[in-house]
Design a protein around this ligand. Structure first.
Ligand code: ASP
Length: 344
């Protein structure tokens, strides 16, 4: 159901999507106040769109926790004025930002849809217009009770609406750049937008949204590989103030079974670091009981990340430690679903 008085706030952070070709054929970012000039299709949407942009639009490789706070601030300051939010974002770190925002925007009752494109909006074959227009429509879509259909942080890309914290970038140039392997898609845009309402995160509607600004960046990722050395591992584990590690292991959560490996990981656990086991595979989950190589990690205190993505695990550790939770509280929360990021 479309609400013709609805209004979306479009937040442009940067990335390929907001670029047009100038007279010389060079790509440059365009002023979003002139969005309607470059994307005239927007004039035909039956709701209002206002836009705001980062003072200096960034390649999303430069996205960082400070800028996530800025995004949360923009959304908090404008929360009551708009029906939904669309964030135009570079694709490279979009899954990280979507994950972080899913924790930082608690009890959302309005959609926050991230989208972008592989080709700039100013290119004839751009995927950007389609992504943008449908994301805007989703941001204002309401059910028969006048409530937002998708009150959560999502990524919309190439016709698919995915839960943001379940999504990973899977392709550097194909238009289908994102996938959500461990959670079904929330909607698909064809001749009409088909929603799978049962899969959408439904929180009690009377909860007040909470905007969180505390993140602790003392976390890191270790991707193991055949040949990784004890020196490398030890150097990381002894980084001062390190609180959390996302350990990307093989398959169902397996890692070398050698004493040298387990000893170094145990050193980290004994130092109080929370180590979360996630799989390097794009799809599937960690099951540390399945093989001896996983069981050994469990026995020394490594936590199963189950089917969480690396992107969501990193953001969640930053969020939990940022809120001053103790090691045990962080461990406990890592096993819970805070924003639909993990299957429990
Ligand atoms: N490097 C760009 C970015 O992530 C790629 C893109 O926008 O798709 O900002």
């Amino acid at each position: 159901m479309l609400d013709f008085n609805a209004c979306v706030l479009l937040i442009y952070t940067g990335g390929t999507v907001g670029m047009i070709e100038d007279a010389t054929g060079a790509l440059r970012t365009f002023d979003f106040n002139h969005l309607k000039k470059y994307v005239p299709e927007i004039n035909r949407l039956n709701f209002n769109i206002e836009s705001i942009q980062f003072e200096v639009p960034i390649d999303s490789s430069d996205m960082n926790p400070e800028k996530w706070l800025h995004l949360v601030k923009i959304i908090e300051e404008n929360y009551n004025k708009y029906d939904g939010f669309v964030i135009l974002h570079g694709t490279d770190t979009m899954a990280y930002s979507a994950s972080a925002l899913s924790f930082m925007l608690e009890n959302l009752n309005k959609p926050v849809i991230l989208t972008g494109s592989q080709l700039p909006i100013g290119k004839i074959r751009t995927d950007g217009k389609e992504n943008l227009i449908t994301a805007l429509e989703i941001a204002v879509d309401k059910n028969e009770n006048g409530e937002a259909v998708v009150p959560e942080v999502c990524i919309f890309f190439q016709n698919l609406l995915m839960r943001g914290n379940r999504t990973i970038k899977v392709n550097a140039d194909n238009f289908r750049a994102f996938n959500s392997f461990n959670y079904p898609i929330l909607a698909e845009a064809g001749t009409y937008i088909r929603y799978w309402n049962d899969l959408v995160l439904h929180r009690p509607r009377n909860l007040k949204p909470k905007f969180h600004y505390l993140l602790d960046t003392n976390v890191t990722v270790i991707r193991i590989f055949p040949g990784i050395s004890a020196e490398t591992l030890r150097a990381i584990i002894h980084i001062p103030h390190l609180k959390g590690i996302v350990l990307e292991t093989y398959g169902a959560g397996n890692a070398p079974t050698g004493k040298w490996f387990l000893d170094v990981i145990k050193e980290g656990i004994d130092k109080g670091i929370v180590i979360v086991n996630v799989t390097q595979c794009a799809s599937g989950s960690v099951e540390m009981n399945r093989y001896q190589a996983g069981q050994a990690l469990k026995d020394i205190g490594v936590l199963s990340g189950n089917d969480v993505t690396t992107e969501a695990a990193v953001a969640k550790l930053m969020f939990l430690f940022g809120h001053g939770l103790s090691r045990d509280e962080v461990k406990c929360n890592m096993q819970l679903s805070l924003a639909g990021e993990i299957t429990v």
